[in-house]
Design a protein around this ligand. Structure first.
Ligand SMILES: Nc1ncnc2c1ncn2[C@@H]1O[C@H](COP(=O)(O)OP(=O)(O)OP(=O)(O)O)[C@@H](O)[C@H]1O
Ligand SMILES: [Mg+2]
Length: 268
């Protein structure tokens, strides 16, 4: 892959991290998927997770979204504990209410565009702003229309998901996440379920968000050119551990580990 000139420069790592994993462990029953995982993501930084199937990428995003229970360690968002905190040397679970407050600043888009099927595109987008943030329907609808315009779907406000292509549904899902003004956006293989001709529009929308906002992004993708263009940093996972990490040029052009090389040759 040729190097691109517009590889973004990483934001300052000195600020309080937007996301911090500290000694994170995640088990499903007897199976430990993540062990002693430590990493930080700076505010405004865009980090792509790559690695073989089953290496724990989705689990990491789902832990940040609090869709999975953290079985060990701590996750901090903006320096504040997300689900557990350390108090007098003990690991204490936070009240659910506080966790919920924290997650309102986090948006996630999944591989399967899971829109509410019984709602129009616009209704999908205003649902959380109205019911979680308490916005008026009028205000939320005005913002939703702007977001639909931004993702190229100004004419689809009243369409139900079944009337939209996969790519259009995914763009509605992105608009729905943006409607909550997230500080952090988690993207898990958002183009993998799409027909190839629909991928470009979705990536175009994400490139636009990357270029025009300072939302912190943690993403999983097999679109390596896209990863190279938008990421400040790429982290290669293997068996729940960071095998190596660095700027996209370094990871894609000069990987240090044989396992990274073989992974990249399998996806490029
Ligand atoms: N709910 C679950 N119950 C049991 N095991 C699970 C569960 N979710 C994930 N796992 C296991 O955790 C490991 C990591 O899964 P994860 O989905 O995070 O991998 P991934 O890197 O996202 O893989 P892929 O590239 O295929 O999406 C796998 O071995 C998987 O089988
Ligand atoms: Mg996954």
């Amino acid at each position: 892959m040729p190097p691109t000139e517009n590889t973004p420069t990483a934001p300052s790592a000195s600020a309080t991290p937007a996301i911090e994993f500290k000694d994170v462990e995640k088990s499903f029953g007897p199976t430990t998927v993540l062990k002693n995982l430590n990493f930080t993501v700076a505010p405004g930084e865009r980090v792509t997770l790559i690695g073989p199937s089953g290496s724990g990428k989705t689990t990491i995003l789902r832990l940040v979204m609090t869709l999975e229970e953290l079985t060990g360690g701590y996750i901090y968002v903006d320096g504040k504990p997300l689900t557990f905190e350390e108090r007098d040397g003990k690991r204490v679970e936070l009240p659910k209410k506080r966790t919920r407050e924290m997650t309102t600043r986090i948006g996630m888009v999944f591989q399967q565009f899971n829109l509410f099927p019984n709602m129009t595109a616009l209704e999908n987008i205003i649902e959380a702003p109205v019911h979680v943030l308490g916005k008026s329907k009028a205000d939320a609808s005005k913002e939703a229309k702007e977001l639909l315009e931004r993702v190229g779907l100004a004419d689809k406000a009243d369409a139900h998901p079944t009337r939209l292509s996969g790519g259009q549904q995914q763009r509605v899902a992105i608009a729905r996440a943006l409607a909550m003004s997230p500080e952090i956006l988690l993207l898990d293989e958002v183009t993998s379920a799409l027909d190839p001709e629909l991928v470009g529009d979705v990536l175009g929308v994400l490139r636009d968000i990357a270029e025009t906002t300072d939302i912190t992004m943690l993403l999983v993708t097999h679109e390596m050119q896209f990863a190279r263009d938008v990421s400040h940093r790429v982290m290669m996972f293997d068996s729940g551990q960071v095998l190596e990490e660095g700027p996209p040029d370094q990871i894609f052009n000069n990987p240090q580990h044989e396992r990274t090389r073989s992974f990249l040759s399998s996806v490029l």
